[in-house]
Design a protein around this ligand. Structure first.
Ligand SMILES: NC(=O)c1ccc[n+]([C@@H]2O[C@H](COP(=O)([O-])OP(=O)(O)OC[C@H]3O[C@@H](n4cnc5c(N)ncnc54)[C@H](OP(=O)(O)O)[C@@H]3O)[C@@H](O)[C@H]2O)c1
Length: 221
């Protein structure tokens, strides 16, 4: 039985990942902004705002001494209304970077002792193909930039943490029917979560430092 920590596990892809890991018999901890509103989610719900240093420190404090075998940095936002290349809400852009880019780094750093003590731990970062530098689509600048930047964070973490036996993956979940993806998206969240879990389950130091699609293929950074 592994201990699996999932940020933003109260709805969307994170909730379905939490259900899958709980159903597979693992101990699940979800980090959520409002634990009192996460009664339907499986596992233990702890307060966490990934954009806030003090909240992340308190979250890590409540996990003090516990192994974390798998950390899934899933929490994310799509960014402000105005985020075109010609008209940008800069405060909203900064907020997007803080949550989508700094959030996974903040949480991973805070849980490093837990990941190290688990041995052969894994860290997944739910990114997006919209952040791939190979894509030249021009909309949603803040979101795309935040995911491009978190991909670089993932790559740097992979190189740095290999010595600690910790494997890292950046993951694209597909276009998924959640509040963020909307009702016309390609994939049910269950299907995306199943694919992501398979990739994470197969992750090792031999495959650390890649950008994966939910179907197990590699994507260009
Ligand atoms: N859906 C897609 O098509 C798609 C495609 C590519 C990538 N992704 C990525 O997949 C991940 C999950 O997306 P989703 O579609 O499941 O989105 P979602 O349904 O909008 O859920 C987002 C989750 O993130 C949480 N969250 C947001 N800001 C947070 C913060 N500061 N601290 C803690 N939790 C926070 C939300 O919690 P609250 O309930 O408190 O708001 C919610 O649980 C995101 O990183 C997203 O960028 C999604």
């Amino acid at each position: 039985m592994a201990t699996v920590v999932i940020t933003g596990g109260n709805r969307g892809i994170g909730l379905h990942l939490a259900r899958l890991y709980a159903d597979a018999g693992h101990e699940v901890v979800i980090g959520v902004r409002r634990p009192e509103a996460a009664a339907d989610a499986p596992g233990e719900a702890l307060a966490l705002d990934v954009g806030d240093d003090a909240s992340v420190a308190a979250f890590a404090g409540s996990l003090n001494g516990r192994n974390v075998d798998i950390l899934i940095n899933n929490a994310g936002v799509s960014g402000p209304e105005r985020q075109s290349a010609r008209d940008t809400d800069f405060a909203g852009f900064l907020d997007t970077l803080n949550i989508n880019t700094l959030g996974p780094l903040r949480v991973t750093q805070a849980l490093l002792p837990n990941l190290r003590q688990a041995g052969n731990a894994k860290v997944a970062i739910v990114s997006s193909r919209m952040g791939s530098l190979a894509s030249t689509e021009p909309d949603m600048v803040a979101y795309r930039a935040s995911k491009a930047a978190v991909n670089k964070v993932a790559q740097c973490l992979a190189t740095n943490l290999a010595a600690d036996g910790i494997a890292i993956a950046a993951l694209h979940p597909g276009w998924v029917r959640t509040d963020m993806g909307g009702p016309s998206a390609d994939l049910a969240p269950e299907e995306s979560a199943r694919g992501l879990k398979e990739v994470i389950d197969g992750l090792s130091l031999a495959t650390t430092g890649h950008f994966w699609n939910y179907d197990g293929g590699f994507l260009p950074w």
